[in-house]
Design a protein around this ligand. Structure first.
Ligand code: VER
Length: 220
């Protein structure tokens, strides 16, 4: 039998989030679509399609953030992180100003957006989804940006999504963000809900990557 004392439980919410979504992170980053995109096996259209899905989900997440910002714990909504406008700029460059008419939000993204509209207007829901996306963008995002430039010659004008002009030191910023997460006014039950909801957030991302794979991976 395992000695429970040998398995230390992370105490802070940010540590619980990291430990509680490790399996989901591995699944998300190793989906065939992400692997192929990062490996340079796709075309720039695949990145464009991903950006379209990002635009839809960040628009919903950030609308939730506006609802949460004025309530207790609202300091977790940070203007430095807001992404929807940056993605709009990227898509305008990649597709044209009428990109909305020429691209498609996928069913898996619509499900993610519908879910976000319901849960990201509450503090626990917003934190879970903001953690999953923004800390990911600030962590693996730089590597993704480098790959997109190298493999698909995506120019800087179309890579604003991966650039946070007011975040000069991502590591310091991330530590500060985790500290904010850890000082949120959440009950133990709500903290449990945040960890469970972050797993749901990862699963939604994985579902979007799977659908993007169906569209962009070469058929075997
Ligand atoms: Fe991840 N990520 N990631 N990531 N990530 C790190 C941390 C991190 C990486 C690398 C890294 C996703 O995909 C990738 C997330 C969330 C997500 C490193 C640290 C790579 C190379 C990829 C794939 C290209 C995806 C898809 C997501 C979520 C949708 C979070 C939340 C974190 C912070 C973990 C923490 O708590 O510190 C090197």
């Amino acid at each position: 039998m395992t000695n429970p004392a040998a398995l230390p439980t992370p105490v802070t919410l940010s540590a619980r989030l990291r430990a509680g979504t490790q399996d989901q992170h591995r699944r998300a980053e190793s989906t065939p679509f992400i692997t192929a995109l990062m490996g340079g096996d796709l075309h720039v259209e695949a990145y464009t399609d991903l950006a379209v899905q990002h635009h839809a989900l960040y628009t919903a997440l950030e609308a939730g953030g506006r609802a949460v910002a004025g309530a207790p714990g609202g300091s977790i909504v940070m203007p430095e992180l807001v992404r929807a406008a940056a993605i709009d700029t990227d898509l305008t460059h990649l597709v044209g100003p009428d990109w909305r008419d020429r691209t498609r939000v996928l069913p898996s993204t619509t499900r993610y957006v519908t879910h976000l509209r319901r849960v990201a207007v509450t503090l626990p829901g917003f934190v879970a989804h903001a953690y999953t996306r923004y800390l990911g963008d600030l962590s693996g995002g730089l590597a993704v940006r480098a790959m997109l430039r190298r493999h698909y010659q995506v120019p800087d004008e179309a890579l604003h999504f991966y650039s946070f002009p007011t975040v000069t030191a991502p590591k310091v910023f991330k530590d500060g963000y985790r500290a904010r997460i850890d000082s949120l006014p959440l009950t133990p039950l709500e903290q449990d809900q945040v960890v469970a909801e972050a797993q749901v957030a990862f699963d939604h991302n994985t579902a979007v990557f799977t659908e993007l794979g169906d569209r962009h991976l070469p058929r075997s």
